[in-house]
Design a binder for this molecule. Structure first.
Ligand code: UD1
Length: 444
């Protein structure tokens, strides 16, 4: 078990370059299944979720070579259309392979994805879209079997909610389906546009990605393609919040500032001074942050649910009371219980989190509850007086590439201790279900 050991209250100062987007890389890796020829993906982050997606590609019969941040995939000899239970459980977003496998082979076999949700509900939108495109589905013992004997057909599909994953699955399935698909109430996240750019570069005909209506004219096949993944807006946001929380002066470089657009007014409300360039944002934090009255998570271009936990961490040291409302996931406040161990004052009721800022946090021993919640605890440790240890780094490594290196380069005192053999951290505060929020699993 690896842990982070942090000696807090070091002011973060300097410049970092942000890695490629996890949430773009994953559907693009899945899209490689549709390509007859070589796919080259640059700026692909070194993350355990990317490792999991590559494992799936290899199990499907693709040849994969990885060098640094580039991945070469040859799906010519695809030999399977099944994703094993263990792979589905490892990563909830493996469901994004559904549209690609079904589009390429006319069938797909997978189990309901990992995570906490019960039954079929969390992928009901994906399933319904595939059915509208002519797929039949049978389920047995938690396994789902999809088949489209005559190939997928274009369809008019309206999503009940602009689900990111369901939108991606429709783009993937429709890219080589027969005829035109019109997708309404599509998700508008930048990762959707990145996927469409990748598919179009491989010969697909997709218009309107990034808007609520996307039109996809199916083509017979996709050809060899080279693509560079967009920068990770969630990582960029997290490091800006780390700078804000440590009274720092931090420049995040190599980003698309518009993609962090919903965070910038919040940082300003908290008293940070921002300068925005064409590919960077520079933040100067005040000696004491102000509270942020109300933040509501929303689909893009609203405030992202994935930045909610790091923002909660920042607000624990603001000079007053802040409120966050989580609108995307029923409840996503597992980090709150652990933040209490630092001396934070937080209460959670349903979708609402109320954070009364305290003058300072005190170092604590905590365990990452999930990916973004885990990073929120690292942020708390960076700002806290004294020593913090964070275990459960496997969650954090899913979505942040070597965060300790980036943070160290900014002046943080943080070390990754490999194979730490200390006693397991008891999350006794997690006993309160109001504070733990979700009852199990990752949301993303
Ligand atoms: C993606 C992101 C994740 C982010 C989320 C919301 C990836 C790999 N993950 O996840 O980081 O937090 O978008 O921005 O890109 N829902 C249903 N039925 C469905 C599908 C979704 O009820 O068939 C619900 C979900 O339970 C959730 C909401 O819709 O409450 C949003 O989910 P969705 O946009 O699909 O998120 P993901 O694509 O899983």
């Amino acid at each position: 078990m690896d842990i982070f050991r942090i000696n807090g209250q070091k002011r973060l100062e300097g410049e970092i370059k942000i890695h490629g987007s996890k949430n773009s890389a994953l559907p693009i890796l899945a899209a490689a299944v549709l390509v007859q020829g070589q796919t080259t993906i640059h700026n692909c982050p070194r993350l355990s979720d990317v490792d999991a997606a590559i494992e799936i590609l290899e199990a499907l019969g693709c040849q994969v070579t990885r060098t640094g941040h580039s991945v070469l995939i040859d799906a010519t000899a695809l030999s399977s259309s099944e994703i094993s239970d263990s792979m589905m459980l490892k990563m909830r977003s493996s469901v994004v392979f559904l549209g690609a496998i079904l589009g390429r082979t006319g069938e797909a076999k997978l189990s309901t994805p990992g995570g906490c949700e019960i039954g079929l509900r969390p992928i009901d939108l994906h399933i319904s879209a595939m059915k509208q495109m002519g797929a039949e589905m049978q389920s047995k013992d938690g396994k789902l079997f999809f088949s489209a004997a005559n190939g997928l057909q274009g369809a008019n599909i309206t999503l009940a909610f602009p689900s990111v994953g369901a939108t991606e699955n429709v783009l993937l399935a429709a890219a080589t389906a027969k005829g035109r698909t019109i997708l309404s109430n599509a998700a508008r996240e930048p990762e959707i546009s990145d996927l469409a750019d990748f598919l179009n570069a491989a010969g697909a005909r997709i218009q309107g990605a990034g808007d609520s209506t996307v039109i996809i004219d199916g083509v017979s096949h996709l050809h060899a393609v080279t693509h560079t993944v967009i920068p990770d807006r969630i990582a960029a946001s997290t490091y800006l919040l780390a700078g804000a929380m440590t009274k720092g002066s931090v420049k995040v470089d190599g980003i698309i500032p518009a993609h962090v657009g919903a965070l910038l007014p919040i940082l300003e409300e908290a008293g940070c001074h921002l300068t925005v360039g064409s590919k960077w944002v520079h933040l100067d934090a005040p000696p004491r942050l102000r509270p942020v009255k109300m933040t509501r998570t929303m689909p893009y271009p609203g405030f992202p649910t994935d930045v909610q936990a790091p923002l909660s961490a920042m607000l624990t040291v603001a000079d007053g009371t802040s409120v966050i409302v989580e609108n995307i996931f029923e409840s996503r406040y597992k980090h709150a219980a652990s933040l209490l161990r630092f001396g934070a004052k937080i209460s959670v009721e349903g979708r609402m989190e109320v954070i009364e800022g305290v003058p300072f946090l005190t170092g604590a021993r905590v365990e990452a509850p999930d990916l973004r919640g885990g990073m929120a605890l690292v942020l708390a440790g960076l700002a806290a007086q004294g020593e913090t240890t964070v275990s459960g780094l496997s969650h954090i490594d899913r979505g942040y590439e070597a965060p300790e290196k980036l943070l160290k380069s900014l002046g943080a005192d943080i070390q990754r201790i490999k194979d730490y053999a200390g006693t397991k951290i008891e999350n006794e505060t997690n006993a309160d279900p109001e504070l733990t929020g979700e009852k199990c699993g990752e949301t993303e």
